[in-house]
Design a protein around this ligand. Structure first.
Ligand code: HEM
Length: 316
């Protein structure tokens, strides 16, 4: 299910890089004192050592070296996951309504079920019927739902809260309610605060004719559109799976989460991790973790760029 997710979100888009940004939007240069004028974003220092081994040294550039091992930086505020990050992360539409569990060898379906059938002990029942490798293969070759209007998983709109008493939660309504009670700005106000352009009409918000009419009926005024609704309706830049509005927050928060964590910045060193620990972290990616537990996935993962890219389906 998670397969293809990050790729479809546009993380690999050449328009953006995960370099750390100063509040003024300019990329950091070397921040570990003394800042050395040799820190050249175009060339950088070269060494035969693995890049991360250089990070504890005086020269560092996030763009060249990646963030782990760079100096810790809270950007002047105590570490926190901001409310705007939580708000744009309400990506419940990614969850599919149904799941298909298929055999690794020939892609033949062994079991299909709804999301509700996976609630509570449902996943244990799947694992009793479907071998572990096949579960991994099935999830790796499935796609998530598109984060657009009218794609909310049916079963999340009727989430069992107290089954005995017939009490359910409509998570779609809860998503909107929480943002409102937490004072998250509405869509237009949110974009204004990001210094982004603001739609003056429903037509400028989305090029989907039906959604325009529906939004106009419900909200009346484009300024009243909730943030989540707006991000699901917004016309995207070409190649984007999520809205540009949400993407701006993701791109700011992705490096900040890492740079605020001392174990991924100042203390990402052999002294703290032990040399064996650093080698273990650097020599293994998600693909290696999967293969360690499910070696039979080898042929499926052989040609994927990394395990977060789409996996090929087996041919029967
Ligand atoms: C079967 C899958 C999922 C279920 C059953 C589920 C359920 C829930 C529930 C019950 C809440 C709390 C609602 C409340 O405030 O009362 C919640 C919040 C949230 N969920 Fe999900 N969720 C699922 C998947 C996801 C996914 C895939 C994402 C994002 C990729 C996500 C992102 C969030 C976020 C950002 C919040 C708000 C957290 C906060 O208030 O701090 N959820 N979810």
């Amino acid at each position: 299910m998670a397969n293809g997710y990050f790729r479809r979100l546009g993380w690999s888009s050449p328009r953006f890089s995960l370099k750390s940004m100063r509040p003024n939007g300019r990329p950091h240069c070397c921040r570990r004192p003394p800042c050395n004028s040799q820190c050249d974003p175009a060339g950088g220092e070269r060494s035969g050592k693995p890049i991360s081994r250089l990070l504890a040294g005086p020269l560092h550039n996030d763009l060249l070296c990646g963030i782990p091992g760079s100096p810790q930086d809270h950007y002047g505020v105590p570490y926190s996951i901001t409310e705007d990050f939580t708000a744009v992360y309400r990506l419940h539409s990614l969850i599919p309504d149904t799941f298909s569990f298929r055999q690794l060898g020939d892609d033949e379906e062994l079991l299909s079920c709804t999301l509700a059938e996976l609630f509570a002990g449902g996943t244990t029942r799947v694992h009793r019927k479907v071998p572990f490798e096949d579960v991994l293969y099935s999830l790796g070759t499935s796609f998530c739902g598109a984060p657009v209007l009218h794609n909310y998983p049916t079963d999340l709109r009727k989430l069992p809260k107290n089954i005995d008493q017939g009490v359910y939660t409509d998570l779609a309504a809860t998503d909107i309610l929480r943002d409102r009670e937490r004072g998250v700005p509405r869509y237009c106000a949110f974009r204004r605060m990001l210094r982004m352009s603001v739609p003056k009409s429903f037509g400028e918000l989305t090029d989907n004719e039906q959604w325009r009419r529906e939004l106009e009926t419900i909200y009346g005024d484009v300024e009243r559109v909730d943030l989540l609704t707006g991000t699901l309706a917004e016309t995207r830049p070409p190649g984007f799976a999520i809205s540009d509005t949400a993407f701006r927050i993701f791109i700011a928060m992705a490096p900040r989460r890492i740079k605020s964590d001392r174990f991924l910045s100042d203390d990402y060193t052999p002294e703290v991790y032990t040399p064996a620990g650093i080698d273990w972290v650097e020599g293994n990616g998600m693909r290696e973790v999967l293969l360690r537990h499910a070696p039979s996935l080898g042929p499926v993962l052989a040609d994927v760029r990394n395990s977060f890219f789409p996996w090929p389906k087996s041919v029967s």
